[in-house]
Design a protein around this ligand. Sequence first.
Ligand code: FAD
Length: 453
Amino acid sequence: MQCNPLGVFIEKQHGGFGGEVDECLSMLEVSSYESLPLSLMMGINGALFIQPVTRYAEKHVTAEIMERFNRDQAMGGLMITEPGYGSDALHMQTSYRNENKGYHISGIKHWAGLTGWADYWLLTARKRKDDGGLARDIDFFIHDTRNEGVEVEEYFDNLGLYMLPYGRNRIDAHVPESYRLQPASTGIKMMLDMLHRSRLQFPGMAMGFLRRIMDDSLRHVKTRNVGGKSLFQYDQVKERIVRIQSWFTSCSAMCRYTSEHAAITRDLSLEDVSANSIKSVVTDMMQDAAQSFLQLVGANGYRLDHMAGKGVIDSRPFQIFEGSNDILYQQITESVQKKMRKSGLTNLYDYLSSSELTSQASEYIKKYTNFSMDQNLSQRKQVILGKMLGYTVSMNMVIQLGERGFHSQLIHNTLEVLTSDIRNLMEKVHHTKDIPPTESVDQDGNWFGFVNA
Ligand SMILES: Cc1cc2nc3c(=O)[nH]c(=O)nc-3n(C[C@H](O)[C@H](O)[C@H](O)COP(=O)(O)OP(=O)(O)OC[C@H]3O[C@@H](n4cnc5c(N)ncnc54)[C@H](O)[C@@H]3O)c2cc1C
């Protein structure tokens, strides 16, 4: 922390390095090459605290807080999730009332990164109305932990990400009037802007992680001899390395895209398709790369002091937090379906070729997408289609990175891999049946009773 890494998120007028997005992503990449939890710690501070405060707090409050970040290496996190309300965060029960020239906030929050460590929290709550009910909108408040009111009731035993503390907090805090964030319109729109900005910056954390896996797995397969030849000579090993390199290339393309589209001055509340695609696709790629790395390393990768197994565990929650990937994929499909209805298009290829996010990629996948879209897909089909759309958005970014002169073989291979995966996903959309699960499995489900003695 001595070189003030969080300064990349802070504007020059507040003593930072300027808040340029490409520099933020580059710092996250350097961190995650060494340690994914370290990078997540930087990402939480930057995307879930400094950037929201920079955009929505009163100027004198931002100045005061950023001074502490620069001078004392202060840290900040975000509390949204509650025990009963995770994916369904809009129905959170933490509430606030106006009180003594400020607000009194009460409720329970859990799983906030930096629990017990943060100097500042962004607390989310709904207004308690005069009739006792809760308002629909969500408001954000900055809490300075030098004041009481956020008490850790329990620290959780995390499966991974050991560096980061998590737990359950009881909130019973007073926040001064000026410490409430000021949305341009509604609080929910402000929350979407924050979450989309954060999701768009996931590739920064993914970048170093994927680069490290690519470097280490290539070195491993070139030096490990099995059956008289190096692992690199085996076709299945090559397949795994090609996929790891393709995820590295896709993530690089996303970093380029985010750097040019997510400036702190831009409102990103409507950027759901790009943000949700980037977050869900890149986190699936992180997990897939980690699984392949562990497979290639063999038993040694299962040692706790080896990065391969740890990478599987540490990257897994990225598919869950800030929007569960299952839900984000469904939302991508819903958003595209809505845009198609609005523009009167029924053919998926026609839509993809007309959208800025997919037009270049659409030519590669025309024969798989040239059909009329069913507007009443089951949720499971929406999820598969959403993944396919996310891959198409990523592919478009890869094409654009290639046009800038990025490593041509990596670009070529990645486009081949993505085209093939998109084709497989489309097949799956067409052939998936809405099979209902069995609700209870009793005696008839015990194989032992069916053995002929
Ligand atoms: C390591 C880690 C770090 C975190 N950091 C933070 C943080 O800094 N701040 C914070 O506020 N929170 C944080 N969280 C919490 C995280 O955002 C929530 O766990 C997440 O939103 C999911 O909520 P939940 O755990 O209550 O799961 P649930 O809402 O119970 O969902 C569980 C699963 O059910 C399925 N599901 C849920 N709803 C639907 C649906 N509509 N359709 C289909 N399937 C559905 C999905 O598979 C989903 O993954 C963190 C969590 C972890 C694990």
